[in-house]
Ligand binder design. Structure first.
Ligand SMILES: Nc1ncnc2c1ncn2[C@@H]1O[C@H](COP(=O)(O)OP(=O)(O)OP(=O)(O)O)[C@@H](O)[C@H]1O
Length: 611
């Protein structure tokens, strides 16, 4: 299937002005580098400063050697002391230069690695503060993806900018010699180098926009790679015979990228060679002129070697600087992506002066005309939702798929805020409470709970991670959720790694996983416990037992239970029937049966199936 490139993103073709504007990110970048390690930054800079004078010094000593050789030859002298001293100095410079380069590389790679490490940690920390809604947004993902990719590339930007400064200093010292000989040579050099610089600038802008425009597709490629080769997916991919389908989708997209990239690479190579040739013509014109001056006796042979060497070096340094300028401005554009990611702010936050969370909860939660639309959707997931979840009651949520049950739970945990109406806790809007505190007091086990590829103990401990080392607490929670028998059957008990991703891991059955996940809810001393279809994978006996315990363990606590099984639902104090995001019926099992409404209908339907 041929796929069209996202045309919306190709509008992001960065203009010259944008590229230059992006350089404004460099000071902030260097502030971060400096904060990473002031001593390494200074060391690197000092080493580069010294290193920048070495080429000029070497060329100058070379000139002195040539002049001395000629003087000795003409004077038929055998006193070589001065000559050998000069050679020794040049040798010293060569060794010194190598050592300096090594020092520069070492300090820079340490600095770069440490910076990349710190940025990755900051990225994770920042991502953790953001809202669930932001994670469900594709543009956000693209930004995150670019920001992630850039952390390693930053090391390169660091060394390029430092090299730039070093080379500029070297050029300055070499230029002094050239200027004193013939200032227009320097001008000739610039003219020779500029066309290839402009060419590079143009092609770099193009490849940046190609890469940028392809971010969504690259994410798609990663996804196919993951689907095609991962333990989570292998089962379904094999049984449904999806390999060829996936490989073809991958191939089509990847080939399209390759072709676009190749076109650009070819254009770049042909234009690059042409423009570079102009530079070479400039160099040989200047070289010819210098040879002519030497033959005329206006400069010495030593001067010729110095000047020709300086010219050649300044040319290659200038080319390097201009070329590097391109990658620096490109790097600065990527830097913009990174900084932009850090600028994304969460919308769901704590108030400035939050109310203390009520312990115990006195009145409970009141939904007042709550309406909510998912950010990427036009449809109301829930609307005009009004009901009272009393303190200490067990409320079951019932409704068909998509009725809004999980959404209601997400609103309770402030993973989203309502678009209409409000949710009160003991008379105050949920937004009046500290967000973290609110979440600490709520224990939720979602139907799509995470199967962490951690040890069995850690899989329970994620319910309240501060209890990680508290084995008795973990054991108690496991007992409450019936996970104790599962763990007793594992060769390494609580230390047993679960899942197949890492070596030595043991895979559990769906029901066994569910028992382990359920233990998380019991580990946390939550005041509001929410279980979203916690027993869907359990066998009938286990389900019965789990709910017997649940009733005992949550005595006096507020709890919300989502289930499609009426045997479970009828154990709740009250039942709320949702339909199309609205409250359809609410009452006890008996009341709802007596009403002969939807609940009674669904209950009968299920009971029918068991008869
Ligand atoms: N992340 C999301 N983005 C957009 N729409 C969503 C998202 N999650 C759910 N929805 C939509 O919101 C509505 C309510 O979904 P919700 O998950 O709350 O239903 P549910 O009652 O829990 O269903 P189920 O019994 O299948 O678990 C559905 O129409 C669903 O398509």
């Amino acid at each position: 299937m041929a796929r069209k490139r996202n045309t919306e993103t190709s509008e992001h073709q960065p203009s010259f002005r944008e590229r230059f504007a992006a350089l404004r990110n460099l000071p902030a970048f260097f502030r971060q580098i400096w904060q990473t390690s002031p001593s390494l930054t200074i060391l690197n800079f000092v080493l580069r400063l010294i290193r920048s004078t070495v080429p000029t010094a070497t060329l100058y000593v070379g000139k002195l050697i040539v002049d001395e050789v000629i003087r000795l030859a003409n004077a038929h002298s055998t006193d070589l002391t001065h000559l050998w001293t000069l050679v020794a100095i040049e040798f010293g410079l060569a060794i010194g230069s190598d050592l300096l380069s090594r020092g520069i590389n070492l300090s820079e790679s340490l600095l770069g690695d440490w910076y990349a490490h710190q940025t990755s940690v900051r990225l994770m920390q920042h991502a953790a503060t953001l809202d669930l809604a932001q994670f469900e947004n594709a543009t956000f993902y693209d930004k995150l993806e670019r920001a992630r990719q850039q952390t390693a590339g930053r090391t390169q930007l660091l060394s390029q900018t430092f090299s730039q400064v070093q080379d500029l200093l070297t050029i300055a010292s070499l230029a002094i010699g050239l200027i004193s000989f013939a200032p227009w040579l320097l001008l000739l050099l610039l003219v020779a180098v500029i066309p290839s610089f402009l060419g590079e600038l143009h092609f770099n802008a193009k490849s940046y926009s190609l890469l940028y425009g392809w971010t969504p597709q690259r994410r798609e490629l990663d996804y196919y790679r993951y689907l095609g080769a991962s333990d989570d997916t292998a089962k379904e991919v094999k049984l449904f015979g999806l390999s060829d389908f996936l490989i073809n989708r991958y191939r089509t997209l990847s080939e399209q990228y390759f072709h676009e990239n190749r076109k650009l690479a070819l254009e770049r190579a042909s234009w690059g060679s042409l423009l570079l040739a102009i530079g070479t013509v400039g160099y040989y014109a200047a070289y010819g002129y210098m040879i002519f001056q030497t033959v005329q006796g206006r400069v010495t042979l030593g001067d010729l070697t110095f000047l020709a060497g300086s010219f050649r070096q300044v040319r290659s340094l200038l080319e390097g600087i201009l070329g590097r300028f391109n990658s620096i401005s490109q790097g600065a554009l990527y830097l913009k992506d990174l900084f932009e990611f850090f600028e994304i702010q969460p919308q769901i936050v704590s108030p400035v002066s939050p109310r203390p969370f009520p312990v115990p909860i006195r009145e409970g939660f009141v939904f007042e005309g709550v309406g909510f639309k998912y950010p990427n959707s036009e449809k109301w997931a829930v609307r005009n939702l009004s009901f009272h979840l009393r303190a200490g009651e067990k409320l079951a949520l019932v409704g068909e798929n998509g009725a809004g049950k999980t959404t209601l739970v997400k609103l309770l945990g402030r993973l989203y805020d309502p678009d209409e109406g409000r949710i009160l806790l003991d008379g105050y809007d949920l937004k009046a409470y500290n967000l973290e505190e609110l979440r600490t007091h709520i224990g939720v086990i979602f139907q799509d709970y995470l199967r962490f590829q951690f040890s069995a103990g850690d899989n329970i401990a994620v319910g309240d991670i501060v209890e990680r080392e508290n084995l008795p607490a973990l054991e108690r929670a496991a007992e409450d959720s019936l996970a104790d028998a599962v763990i007793a059957g594992l060769p390494l008990g609580y230390e047993q790694p679960l899942g197949r991703r890492f070596s030595g891991g043991v895979e559990l059955s769906g029901g066994q996983w569910q028992k382990v996940a359920l233990a998380r809810a019991y580990l946390r001393e939550a005041d509001l416990l929410i279980l979203d279809e916690p027993t869907s994978a359990l066998d009938a006996r286990a389900e019965y037992e789990v709910f017997q315990r649940f009733a005992e363990l949550t005595k006096g606590k507020t709890a919300v239970l989502i289930s499609h099984r009426f045997s479970t639902v009828r154990m709740a104090d009250r039942i709320l029937v949702l339909e199309g995001g609205k409250v359809l019926e609410m009452g006890t099992h008996e009341e709802l049966l007596a009403q002969q409404g939807r609940y009674a209908e669904l209950f009968e339907l299920q009971a029918e199936g068991y008869r």
